[in-house]
Design a binder for this molecule. Sequence first.
Ligand code: NAP
Length: 429
Amino acid sequence: MVSRVIPVESFDLVIFGATGDLARRKILPALFRRFCDGQMPEEARIIGAARTEQTPDAWRSWVADSLSEFVSPALTEAHVDVFLEKLDYIAVDARGEAGWSDLKARMRDDVVQAFYFSVAPALFGDLAERLHRFGIAHGAARIVVEKPFGRDLATARALNATLAAHFEEGQIYRIDHYLGKETVQNLMAVRFGNVLFEPLWNAQYVDHVQITVAEAVGVGGRGSYYDQSGAMRDMVQNHLMQLLCLTAMEPPSRFEPDAVRDEKLKVIRALQPVSAKDIVRGQYEAGDTPSYAEDVEETDSRTESFIAMKLHIANWRWNGTPFYLRTGKRLKARKSEIVVIFKEPPHSIFDEDAGSRPNVLSIRLQPDEGIDLSVTIKEPGPGGMRLIDVPLDMSFADALGPEAADVPDAYERLIMDVTPRQPDPVHAR
Ligand code: NAP
């Protein structure tokens, strides 16, 4: 398989929070990999912005250190010097007045402008207001914001209103890195690009659906953040809800953002309130590793590091089919998957002791992205008709060659989606 890289248009990307953890671990390595792959045009520039007073050279050398930690040494060695030439740095305080006029002077009007808000959400409003007041962002500029997008409905609405005061909805890119994963994008292709599944994708044939995002690690160094959030806010209301919507939604009329969003929204609107008996919350205990309470240094913490729940979608397609969502930290293995368990055949023609099991479709998001469909066959050999399950296993890496395993990280795909592609030379007419 040969992957095609279509360069994006030239851009000025400002990363607010350029000295932070997200910039260091995710954003800058993602940009660097896209640069190495040839997707970034020569004139593209990346401007770091944070309160820390430092020279552009000092930031560049911090970036180089981050890349050597998070990107393969071979790639870093080959390309880092040219990449660093694209970088600039400017000290600005989201809540102060200094630095903003300098930032305006450095922005170009004739390229795509993108502003990545990699700072605490409490600063989003200050940034948006200053970008507007100092005339920095032009009418087509885009802003990118990360979770957590508010703590509850009221704070999410307040945050939306703050951004909407200065930017049109079409300019606001809310990043959910789960949606950038190859298999999540593939879920759409599997469901709507094959005639095989769609007729069976309903309550008549699906017994239940399990959506699992299990992490083997604990809360690590993010204890104080995590304890304010918990699994429900950190994972369920964003990532798992998105997976649920993609699994349960009706086919959109076209593969376009608004059409897909409309169908997802219908799923959310059809969700029935979850009763307390259908939710389980827990914390991991000490074993070879410390307990959750020890990790967050809060002996009385009631924040959940594990949550499981049963949901019902009240519409024609799904009435009566439960969806089980579960996620947690420090579980047995790192595993994210959507498993669709079909109903058993309505009538078995075989003896009872032949056994029978439902078909199961597993869509693996990580690790080893791929799809696995269990089908029932006759156990080979003598001994009469005994039924067994065998997997029709399609690992994307096996099926599509080693390049398929080397798909861009979700952040790479999403950050590049903020900037329009140049006309595709293969498909342009
Ligand atoms: P962080 O490590 O605490 O970094 C915060 C950044 O904001 C720093 O660069 C800091 O730099 C800058 N900053 C703080 N106050 C500022 C101000 N008044 N004006 C301008 N810059 C200011 O946080 P992070 O982990 O990078 O997270 C950033 C955002 O992404 C948060 O909303 C977080 O919840 C979200 N997020 C993070 C992750 C992750 O894996 N880290 C994952 C998903 C979402 P100075 O101190 O130099 O100003």
